[in-house]
Design a protein. Structure first.
Length: 446
């Protein structure tokens, strides 16, 4: 099996000939917050699948809901008004769930990249309907990640996810992220840095011309870019600037929605109401590929009242509103609410962050520790703390392997160790992750 994995499978985000010596290994079972590999080695999954398994792996009500839906109606399309009871119930539940964010309608997709694609398309279309067809450009953050489809890749901040596929969509411009450890302003104070980044956004809008810009897209906490957590003034500042210039604000909450930051959405965490919100991942907790773009009432109204014919939506997927995915999402939402996972995310997140602060004091290799809002943390590793030289891939691989052997699966993304465990983990699980990381970091030091 291991040989076939190395030989026949082309792994996402990997070179086809990558050595598969490091974890993740072949995972054969999962239970609660733990995964078991082909050699029978059991670890706490400190990655939560891929930031998505918020409820853990043994969610009986979700399994039962999926089985019941498979028996009753395994599939029917939701194109042009055809529907199913599961997706109708889910739409209503999502409307209730996101009511405090001012979002009222759900457009269903098959995952995060699809949600981003749909949100960008809707943004352009919104301006066309309103008689501003020149608003076609998109602004985003330099460390942002918005999936792998062509529009999403165009707004991705990391050049590695863009340059190989160019030319991508024209008219996408990136502004510096509020990342105190490394930024073009050499500003380490988060509040002052937020102001500088907001000023850069204003400059870019002036330079491009506000009348050419459709939307600004951002993650409330930047995930794949290394858990970059903006100062609390940043997202409200973005909202204010977007409002002043008639630019839509798209919150990419593929990671942050449903409790990960300790709030039900990342936008709500910062007290911001976006115009569009991309969700996926935890909406079905890994049980089904699924996503939803949540749309604000005011945006929906523009489409509803359109008499020009431009409001016809030319976006949609065969699996949009899939009844089995919808049944899974309904059960996940019920469990998410019943268990109040956001509160556990906040409490266990505080415990985890405190433990990571102790590790950061112990190991020079930790150049920067980020997180502190729910269960999303990153350690940025450096080989020379004074020069902030990013760690080499071999050493960070050693940290990951040693941590895995000591009982926790962590994720490596560039020079960062990422932690995004299930939101239902216990204080003991947090302790296991911290001791495993301690062992991993000791291996790097040794
Ligand atoms: N947006 C964000 C913020 C993400 O983190 C991701 C995936 N990690 C995506 C979009 C893309 O989601 P998917 O992999 O489900 O297509």
């Amino acid at each position: 099996l291991k040989e076939n994995n190395a030989r026949h499978m082309w792994h996402p985000m990997a070179h086809p000939a990558d050595s598969l010596e490091n974890p993740p290994d072949i995972i054969t079972e999962a239970e609660g917050v733990q995964i078991v590999d082909i050699d029978g080695h059991r670890t706490v999954d400190a990655v939560g699948g891929l930031w998505n398994v918020n409820l853990g792996y043994s969610c009986a009500p979700v399994k039962a809901a999926i089985a019941a839906q498979l028996d009753r109606l395994p599939y029917y399309s939701t194109f042009r008004g055809t529907s199913n009871d599961a997706v109708i119930e889910l739409s209503y539940m999502l409307r209730e769930f996101f009511a405090p964010d001012g979002l009222s309608r759900a457009f269903f997709t098959s995952g995060g990249s699809d949600s981003v694609e749909v949100s960008l398309r809707l943004a352009r279309q919104y301006h066309k309907i309103r008689g501003e067809p020149g608003r076609v450009k998109f602004l985003s953050l330099k460390k942002g990640y918005h999936g792998t489809h062509t529009l999403g890749a165009s707004v991705n901040g990391n050049a590695n996810f863009r340059t190989q596929y160019e030319p991508l969509m024209a008219g996408c411009h990136h502004i510096p992220a509020p990342y105190p450890y490394r930024n073009p302003f050499n500003e380490t104070d988060p509040a002052r840095l937020a102001q500088l980044c907001l000023a850069a956004l204003e400059d870019e809008i002036r330079f491009q011309g506000a009348e050419t810009i459709a939307a600004f897209i951002m993650e409330p906490v930047l995930g794949a870019g290394g858990v970059i957590t903006p100062h609390e003034s940043f997202m409200p500042g973005v909202r204010e600037i977007c409002d002043r210039h008639g630019i839509l604000l798209i919150a990419d909450e593929v990671i942050t929605a449903f409790g990960r930051t300790g709030s039900w959405s990342g936008s709500r965490h910062w007290g911001v109401k976006p115009d569009l919100m991309c969700t996926a991942k935890a909406i079905t907790n890994g049980y089904f590929p699924f996503g939803a773009v949540m749309v604000a009432e005011a945006v929906t109204e523009v489409f509803e009242q359109d008499r020009s014919g431009k409001g016809f939506i030319g976006s949609g997927y065969t699996y949009s509103g899939h009844p089995v995915g919808a049944a899974a999402a309904i059960a996940c939402l019920k469990e998410t609410g019943r268990l109040q996972v956001k509160d556990n995310a906040a409490a266990r997140g505080a415990q985890l962050f405190k433990g990571l602060q102790a590790l950061a004091a112990k190991y020079d290799v930790i150049g920067d520790l980020r997180g502190g809002h729910g269960l999303m943390c990153a350690l940025e590793l450096v080989s020379d703390p004074a020069a902030k030289t990013p760690i080499d891939m071999e050493t960070i691989g050693r940290v990951q392997r040693a941590a895995y052997e000591a009982g926790a699966m962590v994720r490596v993304s560039g020079p960062n160790i990422i932690l995004s465990p299930p939101l239902v983990l216990t204080a003991t699980d947090v302790q296991t992750i911290l001791s495993a990381l301690d062992a991993g970091l000791a291996a790097a030091a040794g």
